[in-house]
Design a protein around this ligand. Structure first.
Ligand SMILES: [Zn+2]
Length: 449
């Protein structure tokens, strides 16, 4: 169901007009109300009166995460605290968190975009929505909660964890829609198996998953195990919380951005230049309608691409691809921007290899090189090593004909995606070190010695 046909199915021209008008107004507004923006625009030689529409957008300076820290806690608020009705904060991994504020209008807009997003996933008045995101300073729980209420669904505000109780309520209350992180959904499945609950018999039909990166493989896994549709939702507290964008259940092909409120752009994270539609880069968002915390050209650090091609569901708003990494991870190799996630996506397509890999960047003379080391699957390894045993040296396994073919196939696919030649080397199963936390998959030798 499309909740707001007027805004979600607007002609692109008409939408651009609306976005431009809102942008001009917002720029003027923050210049008058937020000393940080007055300084920033003055220093960048920006006259807010000359910002008339979307074509002026690239001239505006970026807002960065560091600015949010510098202005902690309320320095970026564009309304007096008397107008603020809610304050959320993100948990900073180091030091102080990032604080965001909302007026009543901001909360209403948030509930509305979240209701649109849930409707986009196929939820409606008759649904029982179990919100398994954390409630509190984190925006996930309350964001989903207000959106589901706005939609008219029956909300179960169970919050995160409580694994056994989550399963009990799913069964007893007949939950039809669940909102939580995808990894928690897989964990719930394991626990359901342990207690002998057949989840395929539950009335559950849709999952709205976000707040962490996940892959197409994980989607298929969840959909199969639970017999549900799994949709991707995206948001960040700096912009509003969840509800910036969401996949439609019809296509599950890119997340529809509520771009009448959140103006998206893709930039080259290295140069800051705006990139044409379809190219991979860093997502930048401008809050067109927010009152208390309206960021201008905020660099999200998330890597994705945009399309404005019409979707089969009928919505015309811009769609972003699943976030494929962070700009902090970007490598520049021979002047080309390369994201480890791009290489990973190619590796994941080959069933002959394991998702354990290492990227080694080096410089030979003046030439940057990228070596991709990846483990082959144990059964293939044994098959191949048996075949070459006569060579007396197990290391010859990589000389096997089928592996040479596989190697050139993968090298070609990586080149197609990132545009440069790489060297793929197969490693024995289990030989690439595992890590408990965030895997160290990139070694940049150029930075050493
Ligand atoms: Zn769609």
């Amino acid at each position: 169901m499309i909740r707001d046909r007027e805004h979600e199915c607007m002609g692109r021209g008409e939408l651009g007009q609306l976005q431009g008008e809102r942008l001009a107004k917002q720029v003027q507004r923050v210049y008058e109300r937020v000393p940080f923006y007055k300084d920033l625009f003055d220093k960048s030689g920006i006259d807010p009166n000359k910002i008339k529409g979307l074509t002026d957008l690239p001239s505006l300076p970026f807002t960065k995460k560091v600015n949010l820290h510098e202005q902690y806690p309320f320095g970026l608020f564009a309304t007096p605290l008397s107008d603020v009705v809610r304050i959320h904060a993100s948990s900073g991994t180091t030091g102080k968190p990032t604080t965001v504020g909302y007026t009543q209008n901001d909360i209403d807009m948030w509930a509305e975009v979240m209701a649109r997003s849930l409707a986009c996933c196929g939820a409606g008045r008759d649904d029982i929505v179990q919100v398994g995101y954390g409630y509190g300073l984190f925006t996930g729980g309350l964001g989903a909660h207000y959106g589901a209420e706005r939609l008219g669904s029956a909300v179960i505000p169970i919050s995160g964890s409580n694994t056994q109780r989550q399963l009990m309520l799913m069964e007893d209350f007949g939950t039809t829609v669940v909102c939580c992180t995808p990894s928690f959904m897989l964990y719930l499945y394991d626990v359901a198996q342990q207690i002998g609950l057949d989840v395929k018999n539950l009335p559950l039909r849709v999952g709205v998953f976000g707040a962490e990166p996940w892959s197409e493989e994980m989607r298929r896994d969840i959909e199969e195990k639970w017999n549900i549709k799994a949709c991707d939702i995206y948001g960040l507290s700096e912009i509003i919380g969840p509800g910036v964008s969401c996949e439609c259940v019809e296509a599950q092909n890119g997340l529809h951005i509520n771009d009448d409120h959140f103006l998206p752009e893709i930039i080259d994270p290295d140069t800051g230049e705006q990139l044409p539609e379809g190219e991979l880069g860093e997502l930048v968002i401008t809050c067109l309608t927010k009152e208390t915390f309206p960021l201008i050209r905020y660099r999200t650090g998330d890597i994705t691409r945009l399309t404005t091609e019409p979707c089969i569901c009928g919505r015309t708003n811009a769609r972003m691809a699943r976030v494929s990494g962070r700009s902090d991870d970007m490598l520049i190799i021979r002047g080309v921007n390369v994201f480890p996630s791009q290489v990973e996506s190619v590796l994941l397509m080959s069933p002959e290899i394991e998702p354990h890999y290492k990227l080694v960047v080096d410089r030979k003379g003046s030439m940057d090189t990228l070596d991709v080391q990846v483990e082959i699957r144990p059964d293939l390894y044994h098959e191949v090593s048996e075949a070459v045993l006569s060579l007396d040296d197990i290391n010859y396994f990589t000389e096997h004909e089928s592996l040479i073919k596989l190697k050139s196939h993968i090298q070609k696919n990586i080149k197609d995606i990132i545009g440069i030649n790489v060297k793929v080397a197969f490693r024995e199963p289990g030989s690439i070190e595992r890590s408990e936390g965030k895997a160290q998959r990139v070694v940049d030798m150029r930075k050493q010695g």
